[in-house]
Design a protein. Structure first.
Length: 367
């Protein structure tokens, strides 16, 4: 691709008029951001109305970009923020109906009250464990500010494509379908976005992606209990949530906050996982409780939720995650595989019970 920068893209698009203000989209702020990563251009458009009204805007952007260079590779992402009564009613309607693409049977949030407890590592390895049991699995990397899944799956140099129906295709490996903002930006580029932009991007990563048929979509949630987590919990019909924590007191305090948030928005809690539960010395085989031990199990008992199991602080898990090779962690009959397979069995049993109507929450068929 010829040398191209943000100013060139702005000049290409500056003649496009916004349908509401009749001003060009650069001047009125509709063109929110331009991200150029190698051969892929991501254009962020901020709109205030239903995106269906903006088809002409999108078509005009595509037409001008192709006129400039028909070999350009680009994505057009929409973010929105309702500002009037009409749009507020539309937003309420979407909240009631939820956002769930056709073909996805169950959606599970993998969450944590604090960052650095191994939530993304758990998500990746659980996905592979489920996939190895012939379950169709997808991962949505919802951590816009710190996406990890491209690297953990060994997909950091891969880019999504646009399907014939205009949607973005997933990037797949190990029979796991994945979508992440990390596929659209440079790994070291910070996402300096405010809340509404992040929420809009996340909704697009769910609705505007060609997910296909999926039994379980795991959402790698951002850490904490902020606006993004609340919006995802309210707008996406979650079958349940899993909380990840270390046994350390400071992590458990925030884990309880995460549990209470999901309870407050009526999302069923599948259970708690204690990560980095202990360390086995590879030389002397002695066990050390570096971050204490048993705290998550006690928290599960105190808050009347299921304890799903312990995962040790293990060097192989860390190395395989950094190198994007979870298949070396989930090796048949290995100790690490046993840990993750045990948790995935809890998920399968939970969803079967949900399907039978024995638990409260959204009933979504699991086959």
């Amino acid at each position: 691709m010829t040398n191209i920068n943000k100013n060139i893209i702005k000049n290409i698009l500056k003649d496009i008029k916004d349908i509401n203000t009749n001003k060009d989209i650069v001047t009125n702020g509709t063109l929110k951001d331009i991200i150029i990563d190698n051969n892929l251009i991501s254009i962020i458009l901020h709109i205030n109305y239903d995106k269906e009204l903006y088809k002409d805007l999108i078509n005009n952007c595509e037409r001008l970009l192709q006129q400039y260079n028909n070999k350009l590779k680009y994505n057009i992402l929409l973010t929105s923020e309702a500002k009037d009564i009409k749009n507020k009613n539309m937003e309420n309607k979407m909240q009631n109906s939820g956002i769930k693409p056709e073909g996805i049977k169950n959606i599970i949030a993998i969450a944590s009250g604090k960052g650095g407890v191994g939530k993304s590592t758990l998500t990746t390895n659980l996905a592979l464990s489920l996939s190895n049991q012939n379950i169709k699995v997808g991962i949505l990397d919802a951590d816009i500010y710190g996406p990890s899944q491209p690297r953990m799956l060994g997909l950091q140099n891969k880019k999504p494509k646009q399907s014939s129906n205009g949607k973005i295709t997933t990037v797949d490996k190990y029979n796991i379908k994945c979508m992440s903002i990390g596929f659209l930006i440079d790994e070291e580029k910070p996402m300096v976005w405010r809340g509404p932009m992040v929420q809009g991007a996340l909704e697009q990563l769910i609705k505007d992606v060609e997910w296909g048929e999926i039994d379980v979509l795991l959402i790698d949630m951002p850490p904490g209990t902020g606006d993004v987590q609340l919006t995802m919990s309210q707008r996406v019909p979650l079958s349940g949530a899993i909380i990840v924590s270390t046994p350390q007191d400071i992590a458990l305090i925030d884990a309880r906050k995460g549990l209470n948030m999901f309870k407050k928005v009526n999302v069923p809690i599948i259970g708690i996982v204690e990560n980095m539960s202990y360390f086995i010395c590879p030389n002397c085989n002695s066990k050390a409780n570096i971050f204490d031990n048993g705290g998550a199990k006690q928290t599960a008992k105190d808050m009347d939720v299921k304890f799903l199991g312990e995962i040790p602080l293990d060097l192989d898990i860390r190395i395989n995650s950094d190198q994007g090779q979870p298949d070396k962690t989930i090796v048949k009959e290995s100790n690490n595989a046993i840990y993750f397979n045990s948790i995935s069995e809890h998920i399968i049993n939970y969803l079967k019970t949900l399907d039978q109507g024995e638990l409260d929450g959204p009933i979504i068929k699991f086959e």
